[in-house]
Design a protein around this ligand. Structure first.
Ligand code: PXP
Length: 249
């Protein structure tokens, strides 16, 4: 079975907010986040991923409710573990939540979540979300202690942070791929579903394919960037074509 692709459409909202931050709901607001999600689904995306940040810099609350109501695939909500966003997640009931670290100043999510250091707070949120019907993932660096802690607090999935892999080249990238492989092997042996994401592109993805047990990739920036030139549907089809090369679990 091939890897599933979750398409992160945050940057469609980034473009919308660049002009219409104060006019959401007006007749001329574009691009439509729902149209982007439906287009992604039409292209073959297996899930739609959005990150509701504390500062609402791209995705806003009404996007999350709208997408949950209207999309036909699954919704993956990325969120920092704060009472405010947890309350929204419990109301929205997305299929999946991916817990991410969140720092207001960062441009995008930098570094994985410290599950080891925030064990009890995360355990409580995982339990609430799971009881509410949402499967929870931890976005972590390929660090074996973080993998063990994720399993121990009751998460069902981990999303391995591929940012370092994507930013390095050559030998250093290959070394990071080996770290990701070891983390995936350990996570799988502990019964976790293994996902990965951050900085993945059609160019670097084949080098990630030494990592076994990959179930789902979450990809946003490179797909939305490519869509400027070829459209969202073609950008996703191109990514799915590369994903087909994954040798299997
Ligand atoms: N997975 C997580 C947890 C993320 O925070 C992000 C970035 O929003 C992604 C995947 C997607 O990363 P990119 O936009 O670089 O493809």
């Amino acid at each position: 079975m091939s890897i599933y692709l979750g398409v992160n459409i945050d940057h469609v909202a980034t473009l919308r907010q660049a002009r219409y931050r104060t006019m959401l709901g007006a007749h001329n607001v574009e691009p439509s986040i729902l149209q982007a999600a439906l287009e992604a689904e039409a292209a073959g995306a297996h899930s739609i991923t959005v990150h509701l940040r504390a500062d609402r810099r791209h995705i806003v609350d009404e996007d999350v409710y709208l997408l949950r109501r209207e999309i036909g695939t699954m919704m993956n909500l990325e969120m920092g573990n704060t009472p405010e966003i947890l309350g929204i997640a419990l109301k929205v009931k997305p299929h999946f939540v991916c817990m991410v670290p969140e720092n207001r100043e960062e441009v995008t999510t930098e570094g994985g979540l410290d599950v080891v250091g925030q064990r009890e707070a995360l355990r409580a949120s995982v339990s609430k979300l799971e009881q509410n019907g949402t499967r929870v993932s931890m976005f972590i660096d390929p660090d074996l202690d973080q993998v063990r802690a994720s399993a121990e607090i009751g998460a069902r999935m981990i999303e391995l942070h591929t940012g370092t892999f994507a930013n390095e080249i050559g030998e250093k990238r290959a070394m990071e791929a080996f770290r990701l492989k070891a983390a995936a092997e350990l996570g799988h042996s502990l019964g976790l579903q293994i996902n990965a994401g951050h900085g993945l592109t059609t160019e670097n993805l084949p080098e990630l394919f030494i990592v076994p047990h990959l179930a789902e990739l979450n990809i946003g920036h490179s797909i939305v960037a490519r869509s400027v030139f070829v459209g969202l549907r073609t950008a996703i089809l191109e990514m799915l074509e590369v994903i087909k090369g994954y040798p299997g679990k």
